[in-house]
Design a protein around this ligand. Structure first.
Ligand code: NAP
Length: 486
């Protein structure tokens, strides 16, 4: 290969890597606002395509010994891209909104697995890496493999394939033992590869053992955690995957991988901390407790009674209100009632009612789920308010309409020190003059506890599936002879 072609290819790789890295950063920046998020995802996706295309330029620099395999390897890489890209395209288009956490878990696991696979190739090929690079490779391998197997368990729990948390006696001590064993094998591989000690075990066998233990560790760490905590766990594994990818980017000397890995790692870490803060729980509490699975909290007798109301009557009451604040929750996503909800909102607006949406940071089962749900229905962003921006306004609101939300409006978080959600910031809907709650029955929320809001003097329950109830509200208001604004 003429030298100038090689130099040109090298230049192309560096330029494409830097372009991709900048596009990831710019894309992430745009994802910070719902208005620009879709274009941010597009920009980051194009960055990813640039990085993938650049990796094919490495073909120009392969050694003479590897030349005979070049065409086969490129064909295999293209085949893998088509299969993986095809599956991702199809699953992305068909996934239900409520199944999004499972999908994120799977994709996240794939990222960790890809980092671990790079590490495995480097360790098995014995490329004569120095000790520092070997340690970085092994760390990335450990974190990536834990993220792969842990994310797969998280997916199985969210998808209902595994229904029970599985705990061993002395689980944490056992997990610590497996971690120490994995690290010990890692140290052995580093020493063996650095050729400073006589081999007790062939290095490839040690590499397989290392990956076996790391994968087992991910499974052991995730099995005991309750299914409902999986979104936080996925976010932790997301941070792990980013870190693993960044470390393997260092090994491969790829700026695009390093930047992408660090961005994903930092974003995953921040998201984990924010979710923990919004739920008033530490990350350790999520990983080591069994929250949300069986609540140990014994609620005292709640004062008051549940007061059912017909959907049509509630709808008409809102038609004659001055201000309505709507709080969407997990049940709205389950019922897929967002379209009917916005239809109802437009009817209210046409009648001169001021309508706003109040979104809690952990409403639903994944961060941002409610914002996406409302955006899907076409709700304008300026009607959607986050907790800190609207919470003080409930005192002056005529009607708070709670749809399929429970924990995020439970006043026990403010008053009951024994409650598992005590200290979690909630939407103060109980302070509104009138509250209507749409839910199917007396089902509890994610935290598995009773909600004192429902028994309040100012609260009426509209029992039924959210979408069906909204249809009845629309019919009742339409029956008054009003129509939605054009
Ligand atoms: P929630 O507390 O889980 O309550 C959802 C309510 O929706 C249930 O009480 C259920 O009552 C009702 N529901 C279910 N299907 C329905 C349907 N088809 N129509 C009408 N109602 C329906 O939900 P949330 O208030 O949104 O709170 C979210 C919870 O998830 C918080 O505790 C949060 O900490 C936790 N969490 C969130 C995230 C996140 O990232 N967003 C992550 C981890 C954990 P019925 O059965 O009686 O209908």
């Amino acid at each position: 290969m003429p030298i100038f072609v090689l130099q040109l290819a090298q230049l192309g790789i560096v330029a494409a890597d830097l372009t991709a890295a900048l596009m990831f950063l710019y894309g992430l920046h745009r994802m910070a606002s719902p208005v620009t998020a879709a274009s941010g995802i597009f920009v980051a996706g194009v960055g990813m395509a640039v990085a993938i295309a650049a990796s094919f330029l490495h073909a120009f620099g392969v050694s003479a010994a590897a030349q005979p395999y070049l065409v086969t390897n490129i064909a295999l890489a293209l085949l893998a891209l088509c299969i993986g890209g095809g599956i991702a395209w199809w699953s992305g288009r068909t996934v239900a909104m409520t199944a999004m956490p499972q999908m994120v878990a799977l994709y996240n696991g794939m990222g960790g697995g890809a980092a671990a696979a790079i590490a495995a190739a480097e360790l098995l090929a014995d490329k004569g890496h120095g000790l520092t690079t070997l340690i970085v490779t092994l760390l990335g391998a450990l974190i990536g493999a834990v993220s792969l197997s842990g994310s797969l368990i998280a997916w199985a729990k969210l998808d209902g394939v595994i229904n029970q948390p599985l705990r061993l006696k002395g689980q944490q001590a056992f997990n610590a033992l497996v971690l120490v064993l994995t690290l010990a094998i890692g140290v052995y591989i580093a020493i063996a590869r650095a050729d400073t000690a006589p081999l007790l075990l062939a290095t490839p066998v040690a590499v397989y053992l290392f990956f076996g233990c790391a994968l087992a560790l991910g499974i052991l760490m995730t099995l005991p955690i309750g299914g409902a905590d999986m979104p936080v766990v996925i976010s932790i594994f997301n941070a792990f995957t980013g870190l693993a990818v960044g470390l393997e980017g260092f090994v491969l000397q790829s700026p695009a991988l390093m930047v992408a890995g660090m961005v994903v790692g930092a974003a995953g870490l921040l998201l984990t901390l924010l979710m923990g803060r919004a739920m008033n729980r530490s990350v350790a509490n999520v990983v080591f407790s069994n929250f949300g699975n069986v609540s140990k909290h014994k609620a005292g007798k709640i004062q008051g009674e549940l007061k059912p109301m017909q959907a049509g009557d509630a709808g008409i009451a809102m038609r004659y209100a001055t201000s309505v604040v709507i709080v969407p929750g997990y049940g709205l996503a389950v019922a897929q009632g967002q379209g009917k909800l916005f239809e109802f909102v437009k009817l209210l607006q046409a009648a001169g009612v001021s309508v706003r949406f109040a979104v809690h940071p952990v409403a639903g089962r994944m961060p941002g789920q409610m914002d996406v749900l409302l955006a899907e229905a076409g709700v304008p962003y300026d009607m959607i308010f986050q907790l800190e921006d609207i919470n003080d306004d409930f005192k002056t609101t005529d009607v708070a309409l709670v749809i399929g939300a429970n924990d995020v409006v439970n006043p026990a978080a403010r008053t009951d020190k024994a409650s598992p959600i005590f200290g979690m910031p909630i939407l103060n809907v109980d302070q509104a003059k009138q509250v209507f709650v749409i839910k199917r029955g007396e089902g509890k929320g994610y935290a598995g506890i009773a909600n004192t809001l429902f028994y309040g003097n100012n609260c009426n329950m509209v029992y039924g599936d959210a979408q069906t109830m909204l249809v009845q509200m629309i019919e009742a208001v339409r029956g008054l002879g009003l129509s939605a604004a054009a």
